[in-house]
Design a protein around this ligand. Sequence first.
Ligand code: FE2
Length: 476
Amino acid sequence: MGISIFRAGFSVLVILGFVVCDLGVCNGGFTSGYVRNDYVASDMPLDSDVFKPPPGRNAAQQVHITQGDLEGKSVIISWVTPEKPGSNRVVYWAENSPIRNKAEGSVVSYKYFNYTSGFIHHCTIENLEYDTKYFYVIGFGSLTRRFWFITPPKIGPDVPYTFGVIGDLGQTYDSNKTLTHYESNPTKGQAMLFVGDLSYADRYPFHDNTRWDTWGRFVERSAAYQPWIWTAGNHELDYAPDIGETEPFKPFLHLYRVPYNALDGSSPLWYSIKRASAHIIVLSSYSSYVKSSPQYKWLQSELPRVNRDQTPWLIVLMHTPMYSSYVHHYMEGESMRVVFEPWFVNYKVDVVFAGHVHAYERSERVSNIAYNIVNGLCSPMRNQDAPVYITIGDGGNSEGLVTEMTEPQPRYSAYREASFGHATLDIKNRTHAYFAWHRNQDEYSVEADALWLHNRQWIASKLAKSAPVSHLSSAA
Ligand SMILES: [Fe+2]
């Protein structure tokens, strides 16, 4: 008798629990209880080994590469010679090939307040073979420096490819840990999706641009060997009218080139690339995106151009997150969300990566586009056509982590944790990709959060042929 009463009581409690949760009283996802050192790291000192210039006077430094065209058959190689222009030539060859190819680049420089840059070289090498290891050499004589990279496989719907994802990196001891963890991750990233805020030079008096140079030397150990796909963040603006600097993004645009094509309306701040089975769209949170702005018009024409039969994975990079439940920068991405979210849902974007908030967070598949003023639908709702939004502004910069979260955890938030780290996106084929987030405190192989992503285009066609799914499982 006592046991039946207990069972009945337990059942009532369970049912009540479901009702309360359904009313939205329950918290959303999971807030990690991971305990971390809550401190703000300082930048590594100028004499740190990671900032050391290469030997030889005027040797090429800050070497970095990025994809040089839409389809991955071209690479932009960039470097800086500090004192004189030096050689502008790149010699490159495919592994095992006796043929040495040569390409000439261009050189630029800039002034920023009381700083004068070195000589910044950009050299685009074209018509490369897919899926091939290339060596390249910069400089001559005793100043010769040799690097290598591997071109992506030919574009195709089932081509596997692994991206790294880092944001808000900076140049602290934590930044160094993040980069080391990425390099040591057994899931080897083949190209980096970087979601903005690079050097944080603007935190120094007069935006001390020597900190752009140290950052370039710091990331060279990765960025010279695999392409980093650049997104501009607020720390790239370097807009400082009080010291006469009114040209937005001046250091960033001189130092970091991207494969935009002015003819199609893209710009160095918003552009797209295809790589393996992914179509990647880079947006600028700090350029106009209102209706009829150049960025708005470009994205409006770009999304219909995406061929999901060729590149099923549609990935968007931006700096300011559209969904974040941290207190810091809360709702800063709201105006861009209002403009672009309907397109993200309509075109079934798979995942949106953003930074800016110095922590990690992964959303459910939600949208907030149903609201029409009178229907009361003013909260994010589950939506199978919507992307997963991932905030990964936890690279480790000198501003430190943001730890204050809105409470209770909103239902759109699936997982959140204020720890430094990086992520990988491991695309397996046209249907499945595996996302994993790694925090710096763990061993290299540990995944602090992970998720199987089911391609939105594929699942939409599958769902169209079967009964609708009313809830999400552990995979998204
Ligand atoms: Fe930022």
